[in-house]
Design a protein around this ligand. Structure first.
Ligand code: RP5
Length: 162
């Protein structure tokens, strides 16, 4: 089956964060592809990735970047697909605010659904939730995922005084 979610990141140095999106998509039974696309270092690659994404069968793009994190916004400007942005706290970051604000503060008309700093796992879950609106298999996997989360909380509360 062809990938439904495209995970891209500005540098391989973002992979230790972005792998969380891939892991949760695998857990939820969603096909994905993952690669490096840099808005600043490989603008032509970014252009062709974003322009071909829908025709290749992708439904949602998860884009992570750090610093002057223009990748999610630029990709969003080049495709009609929903783009989820993951601000990555890079090594020379000013506490991650550079990444957060450059992904979050998009102009009207070109939204990027921005998750919390380094929250690639939530980006993966959100992408699966978007896909699930038209897919019963992913819907059932998400329902089970949330039920498991609730069970873990119930379990952790056992033995505490209420
Ligand atoms: C951004 O610059 C990348 O997304 C990464 O978070 C940051 C640092 O990249 P490297 O210098 O480690 O390749 O473009």
């Amino acid at each position: 089956m062809s990938a439904k979610i495209g995970i891209i990141m500005g540098s391989k140095s973002d992979l230790h964060i972005m792998q969380d999106a891939a892991d949760v998509l695998k857990e939820l039974g969603v096909d994905y592809e993952i690669t490096v696309v840099s808005a600043h270092r490989t603008p032509d690659r970014m252009f062709s990735y974003a322009k071909s994404a829908a025709d290749r069968g992708l439904k949602v793009i998860i884009a992570g970047a750090g610093g002057a994190a223009h990748l999610p916004g630029m990709v969003a400007s080049l495709t009609h697909l929903p783009v989820i942005g993951v601000p990555v706290k890079s090594s020379n970051s000013i506490d991650g605010w550079d990444s957060v604000l450059s992904i979050l503060q998009m102009p009207n008309g070109i939204p990027v659904a921005t998750v919390a700093l380094n929250a690639a796992k939530n980006a993966g879950i959100l992408a699966a939730q978007i896909l699930s609106t038209g897919d019963e298999y992913i819907t059932q996997n998400l329902i089970k995922y949330k039920a498991d989360l609730a069970s873990k909380v119930e379990e952790s509360a056992k033995g505490m005084k209420e």
